[in-house]
Design a protein around this ligand. Structure first.
Ligand SMILES: *[C@@H]1O[C@H](CO)[C@@H](O)[C@H](O)[C@H]1NC(C)=O
Ligand SMILES: *[C@@H]1O[C@H](CO)[C@@H](O)[C@H](O)[C@H]1NC(C)=O
Ligand SMILES: *[C@@H]1O[C@H](CO)[C@@H](O)[C@H](O)[C@H]1NC(C)=O
Length: 275
């Protein structure tokens, strides 16, 4: 494992088509005061310009054993009740082109419920919000553990005992996949839990986490009532806007890690399934 960075570098340098520009310019034109950066250490070597091919983008790792079920953030990803999408969420506030000596440095501007994200009890309960039941208080043992992925009919919201999780968009019946997370405009017709479906799940199972593939676990008309049922006892964690296009129904190990945002009632999260 410890050799990995070294191997990566070796592969990079050996790849055909990689142009390695050494020497001139030894210092990137942007590094106007390189020797003054970072406490006087000269960073000239770091500025050697490597022209590398575009990186490979992947949904699966380790020969398909690990599947990424998070959406990558993008400007046209839908946002709650918005027709504008997520918008410009990443701004390069300092860059070499704009006068920074040493590095590029970006700023994030996102709602806490953007893209693949987790809800904490304070999302819908004022008393939990005030008492501090934020993202930082969620049980990592519930966010990381065995998970059952199920496919549910697209023609009906979840009202009863049949389902433990919603998947609107799985690999197998792919032709039915509506890919709503790929549509910039918010779509109220997504499939979600009705209040009684949420109630059944809470009353009859020990499920500690419910994940869905659109922006809310609750069907649009009962969005808040369904959230209230799930979060009332603080025993269920909600994960929303998962990307389930590359996985089939089955049993997996889920790992879902929201940011440790103390005070926040939601947080973007990276979620993976391991076969
Ligand atoms: C650099 O600054 C210019 C002018 O303020 C701005 O238009 C441009 O977007 C900036 N570029 C980057 C990469 O920050
Ligand atoms: C920063 O971004 C600019 C594009 O604005 C790029 O030309 C430059 O190489 C980047 N610098 C570093 C240190 O990555
Ligand atoms: C689920 O409920 C929403 C409203 O809450 C509705 O717009 C949508 O059509 C329903 N989905 C189905 C498949 O019936």
């Amino acid at each position: 494992m410890e050799l990995a960075p070294l191997l990566l570098l070796t592969q990079l340098l050996l790849l055909p088509g990689v142009a390695v520009v050494l020497g001139e310019p030894a210092v990137h034109p942007g590094y106007t005061h390189a020797e003054e950066a970072c406490g006087g250490v000269a960073w000239a070597e770091a500025a050697t310009v490597l022209v590398v091919p575009a990186p490979e983008r992947r949904e699966e790792f380790d020969g398909g054993q690990i599947v990424d079920i998070s959406h990558y953030y993008r400007e046209d990803m839908p946002g709650w009740e918005s027709s504008e999408g997520t918008g410009e969420f990443l701004q390069l506030t300092w860059s070499m082109r704009n006068g920074s000596d040493i590095a590029n440095f970006s700023e994030l501007r996102l709602t806490a419920h953007s893209g693949t994200h987790v809800d904490a009890p304070g999302h819908v309960f004022e008393h939990y919000y005030d008492a501090g039941f934020d993202i930082d208080t969620l049980d990592l043992a519930a966010l990381n553990g065995p998970a059952l992925l199920v496919d549910v009919p697209r023609d009906k919201n979840i009202t009863g005992p049949k389902f433990v999780s919603i998947v609107e968009c799985v690999k197998t019946p792919y032709f039915l996949c509506r890919k709503l997370m790929w549509k910039k405009e918010f779509d109220t017709s997504y499939v979600g839990f009705m209040k009684d479906g949420a109630q059944w799940l809470v009353d009859n199972t020990d499920i500690k986490l419910v994940g869905v593939d659109y922006l809310s676990v609750g069907a649009f008309d009962e969005c808040i009532p369904a959230h209230l049922v799930f979060l009332e006892k603080r025993e269920v964690i909600l994960v929303e806007a998962l990307n389930l296009e590359h996985v089939s129904p089955g049993i997996y190990t889920l790992h879902c890690l929201p940011l440790r945002l103390r005070g926040a009632e939601g947080s973007p999260a990276r979620c993976i399934l391991i076969k």
